[in-house]
Design a binder for this molecule. Sequence first.
Ligand code: PLP
Length: 355
Amino acid sequence: MTADTLQIEIQPTSQSRLQDVDFNNLVFGRNISDHMFIAEYRGGQWQDLRIVPYGDLSLSPATAALHYGQAIFEGMKAYKNEEGEVLLFRAIDNWKRLNKSAERLCMPSIPEDVFMNGLLELLRLDSGWVPSQPGCSLYIRPYMFATDPYIGVKPSDSYYFIIFTSPVGTYYAKPPRVKVETHFIRAAEGGVGGTKCAGNYAGSLYPAKLAQEEGYDQLIWTDAREHAYIEESGTMNIMFLIDGKLVTPYVSETTLDGITRKSIVEIAKTWGIPVEERRVSVKEIIDAAKDGTLESAFGAGTAVVISPFATIAYEGVDYALPEIKEDSFVNKVKNYLTDLRTGKVEDGFGWMTKV
Ligand SMILES: *Cc1c(COP(=O)(O)O)cnc(C)c1O
C-alpha cells in the first residue's frame, strides 16, 4: 500500500467534547479526544482506513486478543509550539518499535504510511486537543489487537489497529519511592519483555500492588536469574547519575528500547557527559547511594518524561537520594527535552515532525 492509494475516510463528530475539558487540571488518561483512527487487517491486507468519532467498539466475546493476548501498543506525545503548530516527537521510532513487537507476537506489520498518515490526519482533525499549557501534551496511544472470533490458540487472521489521543498534564505529583524487587520478574531472556505487549503490564500489577501496600510507589525490576542486575523501573527505563557519569542498563531482550532513554543518552553525549550503557548491578547502586556518589536515579519514559526518585529501597532498607538541584543534569535534560518538543530550541537531531 503506498501513499497514493491510501484512502482514509473521515467522519467528523457532530458533537465535540472539547469544551468539557479543564485544560488547567488535566489528569493523566481521563480525557479522550474527539476522534480515533481505525484500520482493519483482513485477508492479508490493511483496509477500511477511517477516522471516526471516538466511541465503543462492537466485538465478539470470542475475540482472540481477550483470550490469548495478541495485543501490543505504543505511547507517544505531540506538543504545541508558540505559533500553535502541532509537533510530533520521534514518531518513526514508535512505528518501528510497534512492528518489532508485532513480529514477536506473530502479528502483521503496519506499513509506514498507514501508521503515519493515520496519525497525522487524526492530529490535524483533533489539533484543538493538543494542550499548550507548560508541562502538558497530547498523549497518543496506537495499538493493535487480534480480532478473530475463534477460541483455538493460533495467530489471528484479523486485527484492528487503532490510534486515539488524550490531553495530559504531568504524571507523578512528587518524586516516587521505589523498591528493588527481588522475587517477581517483569521479563526473562527469550520472553517478550522487549516488546510493548499487553500481558507485560498485567503481570506487573500484582507485584506493584504489594509494593504499594508496603508504602512504595513503584518497583525497580531486576534480572530473572539472580535478581542482581537492574533492568527497568515500573514501565520506564532507569538511569543513574554516578560521579558525573550517566549510567543505564543496556537494552536487551529483557528491557524495552525506550525512545526517551535513547534521546537522553544522545543528548548527554552531545553535552560531553560520559555515558555508560552496560549491566548495572544492584550492589553498585546501593554502594553508590551509601558513599554519596549516587547523584540521582530516575525513570525515563514518554508518560513521565523524567521521574527522579526520592528513595530506593533494597532488602528492607530505604536509601534516600539527594534532592534534585536546579542546575542538575536531571533538570537540564528535562528542560532541554521540553524546549525541543515545544520548538523553543533548534532541533539539531531531526527528531521533530510538524503535523
Ligand atoms: C514504554 C516503555 C518504556 C519507555 O519507552 P519510551 O519510548 O521512552 O516511552 C520503558 N519501559 C517499558 C516497560 C515500557 O513499556
